[in-house]
Ligand binder design. Sequence first.
Ligand SMILES: C[S@@+](CC[C@H](N)C(=O)[O-])C[C@H]1O[C@@H](n2cnc3c(N)ncnc32)[C@H](O)[C@@H]1O
Length: 301
Amino acid sequence: MLRDRVRCEAYRQALLSAVRPGDVVLDMGAGTGLLSLFALQAGARRVYAVERTSIAAFARQLVEQNGAADRIEIIQDDVENVQLPEPVDVLVSEWMGGCGVDENLLAPLLASRDRWLKPGGIMLPERVTAWMAPVWDRELDAEMSFFLGQPYGLDLGLVAEGTAQELFIARYHVSEQDLRAEPQPMWSTDAYTCSVEEASSPFRASMQFLVTRAGPFNSLAAWFRAECGAGIVLTNAPDAPATHWGRWVLPLERGLSVERGAAIWVDLICEPDEPGWCDHRWSVRVGDGNWEDHNSRWAIG
Ligand SMILES: C[S@@+](CC[C@H](N)C(=O)[O-])C[C@H]1O[C@@H](n2cnc3c(N)ncnc32)[C@H](O)[C@@H]1O
């Protein structure tokens, strides 16, 4: 993530634009403290860097090494337990999974917004929208063909069945030419107005795609577009510069061929589960065919 210059520069530029000299910043889920250091570069008077895992100890060293220990306070705890001595002007967090909400970090982020952000304070990012398109994923096809092809003289069809329930993250090779239809937004999260309750509830999308590029089709790709203020957009869309997120891919059971103008219906539910994870259910129907249902809880492994 630290080497992902697209991600890091988007946050750095967003902080340089949002933070005014003397501001107080909360970095929620600070990890190594990188965003806290960016906030300091932007002129923050004080940064509270909250990180619940032991990487907080490393962040403390990194902050010291950068001569910032007097202005960045590393707090190792769950953000929901933290008591800050003052409200903050800017709340920054890198909470996005491959399609935005799927790392289940949004609810704690918004709970800390409600507790610590000053009226009129700034959220970074401000809005995150999740997008989807039907695609052809060559690697997924190779994987399914292998398991369905009686490898080693064995029937490994069950592995193919499990694979079709699995959510693949970071399918870097799924690019614009693999899209079969125009992408559509699934949901949009406004960091200022979304409630903790909404963030803890299932995210749902029902979409109808019309095929614009005929060809093979075996999965749905998803990504996000994060608006970070001052016109700065961070995205892992197929036509954007590569990030560590790649694309999120939800398979079908079998690859099939779709004609231009064919309809593809998709229902998707992304349900917050344990910290750091959401369960996914997706159903797909092509033309007059039957609905095909998938559930990431059934995935093998
Ligand atoms: C995607 S990483 C981002 C790290 C860092 N901000 C960066 O941009 O490089 C998210 C971090 O949030 C932390 N985290 C998740 N839930 C948290 C919570 N409730 N309280 C504090 N930290 C949390 C995770 O341990 C992880 O280090």
